[in-house]
Write a protein that binds this ligand. Structure first.
Ligand SMILES: Cc1cc2nc3c(=O)[nH]c(=O)nc-3n(C[C@H](O)[C@H](O)[C@H](O)COP(=O)(O)O)c2cc1C
Length: 335
């Protein structure tokens, strides 16, 4: 029997297939299906910096107004429906997932600036999360802000979150850093136990009827997995921390390629939204058959065997390959 067990962030997983943050992992009705379909771990949807700050503002606003109305009662909190407050509900979700699932539960926190909200990393860990994933989703539009400023701020944020928690910490990044290798090492040195590569940034669209800007979420396609594939191949030998691939893993072949370049785990959201959690079974079956045919006994045997440090010609992962890629194009059909 092929051994799929995997170590990620110091956690033992039964499989390298992980259900990444998305609507299905936030839906308790899906949890058992995800687990039974073979996920090695589940990442819950993010708790957002804005959500925390908005809720604490709303709570203090309600408190002050209640205190005004009942001056003598200002020493106790008003009867706020705390169960309905966003962060409280989110912490409840983590607790529930821990109770119901036997696979590791990773809680996600989204934010980009150091601040008081970071204490929620500890609350998520106290609620039972096996690990925290810090999602650095950001679009820096201010031309006064330099890339050095942004990287410094993220490193400080990772240090702050690290100081709050004892459980492992993963950092989910966008691919748009000029010198990603250097930044990745600095995140590791700041306390990241793993990097999740890459967050998929969404671009708005224009509604031609109303001349307005509209959000449009499209699910990913398989070809998008080449970006995490390229960078994991490059970073595998430079980092000692765990590496998770996210974006574009739609079938067993995508997963195998990402493991071959050095991913410890492969995460998937779009494919599970499209086909349902049971698609994990299809992905795993393909992997097992492929590995069996080639006589691999475990994923550890194949992991990283095609990373940059393990291929005969590392230039295939570097700039020199640009020339060959452009000249490899050939028309497949004649018009
Ligand atoms: C509807 C939707 C909601 C998502 N919510 C989150 C989230 O809360 N936190 C997060 O880190 N990523 C979130 N993601 C991103 C996914 O976790 C994943 O990184 C991304 O979709 C790329 O992977 P895929 O190609 O397998 O979809 C979301 C994605 C979708 C489609």
């Amino acid at each position: 029997m092929t051994d799929l067990t995997t170590r990620y962030l110091g956690l033992e997983l039964r499989s390298p297939l992980v259900a990444s943050a998305g609507p299905h992992t936030g839906d308790p009705a899906m949890w058992e299906r995800i687990e039974q379909a073979g996920a090695g771990a589940i990442v819950l949807p993010s708790l957002f910096e804005e959500q925390i700050e908005h809720e604490s503002f709303a709570a203090s606003f309600a408190y002050e107004h209640s205190a005004d109305m009942h001056g003598e009662a200002s020493s106790y909190l008003p009867d706020l429906p705390m169960g309905e407050v966003g962060p409280a509900r989110h912490l409840g979700l983590v607790e529930q997932a821990r109770e119901r699932l036997s696979i590791p539960v990773i809680a996600s926190l989204n934010g980009t600036s150091p601040g008081g909200w970071v204490k929620y990393a500890k609350h998520l860990a106290d609620a039972g999360a096996h690990a925290i994933e810090l999602n650095l989703y950001d679009v820096v539009v201010d031309p006064q802000v330099t890339s050095a400023d942004v990287e410094r701020r993220y490193v400080e944020l990772v240090e702050e979150v690290r100081a709050e928690i004892q459980v492992p910490l993963a950092v989910k990044l966008s691919p748009w850093f000029t010198a990603l290798g250097n930044f990745a090492v600095r995140l590791q040195d700041a306390g990241a136990d793993g990097l999740v590569l890459f967050n998929r940034l969404y671009q708005p669209d224009i509604d031609l009827d109303h001349l307005s800007v509209v959000p449009r979420l499209a699910l990913s396609s398989s070809s998008e997995s080449r970006l995490p594939l390229h960078w994991i191949a490059n970073l595998r030998g430079a980092l000692r921390c765990s590496l998770a691939a996210t974006t574009g893993a739609h079938d067993g072949a995508d997963v195998l390629k990402l493991l071959l370049v050095g991913a410890d785990v492969v995460m998937t959201t779009s494919a599970l939204l499209r086909h349902g959690p049971e698609h994990l079974i299809v992905m795993e079956r393909f992997m097992r058959e492929w590995m069996h045919e080639r006589e691999y006994d475990s994923v550890d045997e194949l992991r990283g065997s095609v990373s940059r440090e393990n291929v005969p010609d590392p230039q295939v992962y570097e700039r020199a390959n640009y020339y060959h890629v452009l000249h490899s194009w050939a028309p497949t059909t004649r018009r």
